[in-house]
Write a protein of this length. Structure first.
Length: 194
């Protein structure tokens, strides 16, 4: 008799991460992590992304489930670009990104059942924005309203029109959860994936 597969908890309230994880797993639960996302003094964007992923996973760890925590930090140089929250902040962010490259750090932490060993990963995606004028930016924002997305755009949607190119090892990472790495990690923890 084989042991049943452990259940999975996604420690995130992100609708985007939930939709991505549904590609791999038909059944999992979500946990709302209460984590302060303020960067610490001197903390770089990569370090922030993995710390937040670890902190979010830790809020639901310790039970019989596999817990997944994830967070994404966008950086224009050393400047962290948060979720804009409104139109004018999004316009300002996209004007700053126009003609430049933004690095998206997507941190993931997977904690095994009963608080078992944690696996950590940071995917790096570089988005090269094309030159943009304010009218183009406002037209884009009127159609997509990505005010809950770091960097003020959705690569999986109309945001592709803002780019010259994108460099990534995993096309799902820019959306918030690198499924190629995650699938391998979940298989190692005993989940049967196709």
């Amino acid at each position: 008799m084989t042991d049943p597969e452990p259940s999975v908890v996604l420690a995130s309230t992100s609708q985007y991460r939930r939709a991505l994880l549904q590609r791999l797993l038909p059944d999992f639960s979500c946990h709302s992590p209460d984590v302060d996302e303020t960067p610490r003094p001197g903390e770089g964007p990569r370090e922030l992304a993995i710390r937040l992923a670890q902190s979010k996973a830790a809020t639901a760890a310790g039970g019989p489930e596999i817990v997944i925590g994830s967070d994404q930090v966008a950086a224009l140089g050393e400047q962290i670009l948060g979720k804009p929250g409104n139109l004018e902040t999004a316009v300002t962010q996209l004007q700053a990104c126009a003609g430049k490259s933004v690095i998206f750090y997507t941190g993931v932490c997977v904690i095994g059942p009963s608080g078992g060993a944690a696996s950590n990963y940071v995917d790096i995606t570089t988005v090269h924005f094309r030159p943009l004028n304010e009218a183009e930016i406002r037209r884009y924002l009127a159609r997509e309203a990505p005010y809950d997305c770091a960097g003020s755009f959705k690569a999986e949607g109309l945001g592709v029109v803002l780019m010259d190119r994108l460099e990534s090892q995993d096309p799902t990472a820019i959306q918030g959860l690198p499924l190629i790495w995650l699938a391998g990690c979940l298989r190692q923890l005993g989940l049967a994936l196709p």
